[in-house]
Design a protein around this ligand. Sequence first.
Ligand SMILES: Cc1cc2nc3c(=O)[nH]c(=O)nc-3n(C[C@H](O)[C@H](O)[C@H](O)COP(=O)(O)OP(=O)(O)OC[C@H]3O[C@@H](n4cnc5c(N)ncnc54)[C@H](O)[C@@H]3O)c2cc1C
Length: 390
Amino acid sequence: MIDCLIVGAGPAGSVMAKEMASRGFETLVVEKRQEIGAPKRCAEGITLRGLKYIGIDIHPLGISGRIKGAMLYAPSGKKVVMEGDEMEGYVLERKVFEKDLAAKAIKAGARYMVKTQAIGMERENGAWKVRVRGMDGEMEIKTRLVVGADGVESKVGKWAGLKTVNRITDYHSGIQFEMAGVNADEKYIHLFFGRDVAPLGYAWIFPKAFSANVGLGILEKAAKMKAYDYLKKFIEEHEEFFKNAQPIEINGGGVPVAHFTRMVADGVMLVGDAAQLVNPIHGGGIARAMHSSVMAAEVAEKALKKGELSEDILIEYERKWDEEYGEKTRKLMKLRAFLEKLEDKDFETLADILEGEDIYSLTQAKMTFFLKKLITKPSLLSLAKKYLMD
Ligand SMILES: Cc1cc2nc3c(=O)[nH]c(=O)nc-3n(C[C@H](O)[C@H](O)[C@H](O)COP(=O)(O)OP(=O)(O)OC[C@H]3O[C@@H](n4cnc5c(N)ncnc54)[C@H](O)[C@@H]3O)c2cc1C
């Protein structure tokens, strides 16, 4: 019988492992992939602010690009630049970043089994018996606590009896090439909007040391073709960036842009994408995934020490999360509903009127500036109505 079995060694799983092992709990991580961190399903962007807030240090080898802001492009190509301390960040090398997180957990005392998949679990005498399949065949692991850090396709929540499947409209489909030879200002991430660019999503270029992540996320229901075809079209239509560029990797995945599931059950906690904790506006989830694990570990420590791992005790984690992120996430969901109503001409209006700092406020769900701007920019009125009407 171990204290804590963590399913998945992404950012959420390895931060949880380090937090638990460093508190002296017997901690095991199972990861179905043969290599931690690869293949990535991510554009690898993260803000310094997010990292500092949760107190995570990144090994220099895990950093592939340093960013001082974002350039946002309306469908016509009109550009708005966002800069400032809040916008500074990194483009990571996730293969290295995730291995570094795992190494830190191992140093703290956690054990890891790679190429080992959790395939089911059942409750027995107040503990969980988790079946795993790995290089040496199948085995059962008895544990007091199971942490589902198994990403967007999480099974742990489902096995624990939680409702984990969301409306299809709350998932975005992401597709991405890592490309060499891209000609884009490497101090910025570049974001492109428009119904024909990426329906109800956006396209991006995230520059790295000698390549760039070039991808897009769309809402399939609003799309006329597959995400892959939008990406090919985007690359064809932007010779200024991609004239001499070639793909060196292709990857993709789903982004759960609405948080809906319960995060705990008896002896079970869900962290990161498994609990759909990404930012519902831009789909970034690495920082939130790691932060959820920091919070979950504080509650798990108390519960394990008391020997009481019922849902009623573990629910404190869900409350903590809601206190910190609940209100902001609800506002961002409302903002997302508004952005989904915008047509291409509305993006042009916004690009004409808003400055970088206004857009930053928007992404932080601070809408008051928008209403104040109405006094001087009456052309915002129709957009304000779209925002207020729900
Ligand atoms: C195209 C795309 C671009 C993105 N870009 C960004 C970005 O730029 N910045 C950002 O912050 N976020 C981005 N995200 C989101 C980000 O990738 C996730 O929010 C983040 O990876 C969540 O971390 P996690 O540890 O919860 O899950 P994951 O990173 O998905 O890790 C889950 C792990 O669990 C393992 N696993 C799953 N099932 C099992 C099982 N049964 N047994 C054992 N192991 C299992 C998986 O193999 C995986 O290693 C992007 C997502 C996509 C799809």
